[in-house]
Design a protein around this ligand. Structure first.
Ligand code: HEM
Length: 361
């Protein structure tokens, strides 16, 4: 597709598809022309805002969600990874259920400052937020939407109560930092705070789960990498970057044309939807040499898996750290990781996220 129709209009879906790196970058770089505001999407959600509102809110959350605050979590992430592997049977592990799913959920819950006894609720909530319809019928979508609405309601109550608690008695956690954040005297409203907490659950969990699982997939598909990384653990950060490029947890991001915009030989009309295929851009030969080869030492590795421009993933430092610790810990604890034979590996049915539902090693 990237070669034959790098930019195409799909009338059956009523949207444009853009496949090449350069074009995807052009779209994500220009929020004035390609807006993130979508009708029906939450007005308080950072992901669906344009400047100047986005600029202001991003500055505010940046104050709380700093690379320093994330780095301080390294020891906790390590302890959680060890705990999860200790709890397993030792010989066999479903990477998805036993490791890659609980790890980011527990990390987010702790980062926000939720009490440990609420972890099971967090898992249930974040699963429901990203759950996809089991088929394409209206009933299936309606069922999912009803479940999502109920969970969102529950989450609003939960975070409202937690915010009230921290407003009275701040702690050293993200919720307290968000409550305290000020930019030019402005602060986040209660609705914005709640919606940001919910966004962290929705944006941070399944993506990181898929990063960790996709990393283990690469390790079992190309076992030589296990030897190489065990011998030189400092290479794990580069390995994670290449996993992000090669098997990106998110493969597409959407925008809406704010006005008529020329793109390549086409004109995108105001109001039309545009899907930027970052997963395909990551394999663009014009940008990456031998893009279909997994290259542990690829430099520079300017993949677009965390997006590009003003909406560049806020959680990227956290996701990278979790991915790195998750892989290092597996390599330290197991001499060899192998996919169990005769297993049906079930792909996640989605045109948005890329991952599998189970991965027994
Ligand atoms: C935005 C990917 C993990 C929070 C984004 C975007 C991408 C992305 C592609 C841009 C979307 C767009 O331009 O429309 C990923 C991947 C992850 C990951 C691949 C894991 C490997 C996380 C984590 C968190 C997080 C762990 C938080 C705990 C966010 C937020 C935004 C965002 C808040 C919105 C930023 C904005 O609109 O300014 N992410 N993400 N993400 N991500 Fe992530």
């Amino acid at each position: 597709l990237a070669q034959e129709t790098p930019i195409r209009y799909d009338s059956s879906r009523g949207c444009w598809d853009v496949f090449r790196y350069e074009d995807v970058q052009r779209i994500l770089k220009d929020p004035q022309a390609f807006s993130s505001v979508r009708s029906g999407a939450g007005g308080e959600n950072l992901l669906f805002m344009d400047p100047p509102k986005h600029t202001q809110m991003r500055e505010l959350v940046n104050k709380a969600f700093t690379p320093r605050a994330v780095q301080a979590l390294a020891l906790r992430i390590q302890a959680i990874a060890d705990e999860l592997l200790d709890a397993g049977s030792g010989e066999e592990l479903d990477v998805v259920a036993g490791y890659a799913t609980p790890l980011p959920v527990i990390v987010i819950a702790e980062l926000l400052g939720a009490p440990a006894e609420d972890r099971a609720d967090f898992k249930r909530w974040s699963d429901a937020l990203v759950e996809s319809a089991e088929d394409l019928t209206d009933e299936a979508f309606e069922r999912i939407n009803r479940k999502r609405a109920a969970v969102l309601e529950e989450l609003m109550h939960y975070f409202r109560a937690l915010l009230e608690l921290r407003a009275r008695q701040p702690k050293d956690d993200l919720i307290s930092a968000l409550l305290a954040a000020r930019v030019e005297g402005e602060r986040l409203t209660e609705r914005e705070l709640i919606s940001f907490c919910i966004l962290l659950l929705a944006a941070g969990n399944e993506t990181t789960t898929n990063l960790i699982t996709n990393a283990v997939r690469v390790l079992t598909e190309q076992p030589r990498l296990q030897e190489e990384l065990t011998a030189s653990p400092e290479g794990v950060a580069g390995f994670i970057e290449e996993v992000l490029r090669y098997y990106p947890p998110i493969v597409s991001v959407g925008r809406v044309a704010a006005r008529d915009v020329p793109l390549g030989d086409h004109t995108i009309r105001a109001g039309q939807q545009v899907i930027s295929w970052i997963g395909t851009a990551n394999r663009d030969e014009a940008k990456f040499t031998e893009p279909d080869r997994f290259d542990l030492h690829r430099k520079p590795n300017v993949h677009m898996s965390f997006g590009f421009g003003i909406h560049f993933c806020l959680g990227a430092p956290l996701a990278r750290l979790e991915g790195k610790i998750a892989v290092q810990t597996l390599l330290e604890r197991y001499r060899e990781l192998r996919l169990l034979p005769d297993q049906a590996i079930v792909p996640i049915p989605s045109t948005f996220v890329y991952g599998v539902k189970n991965y027994p090693v």
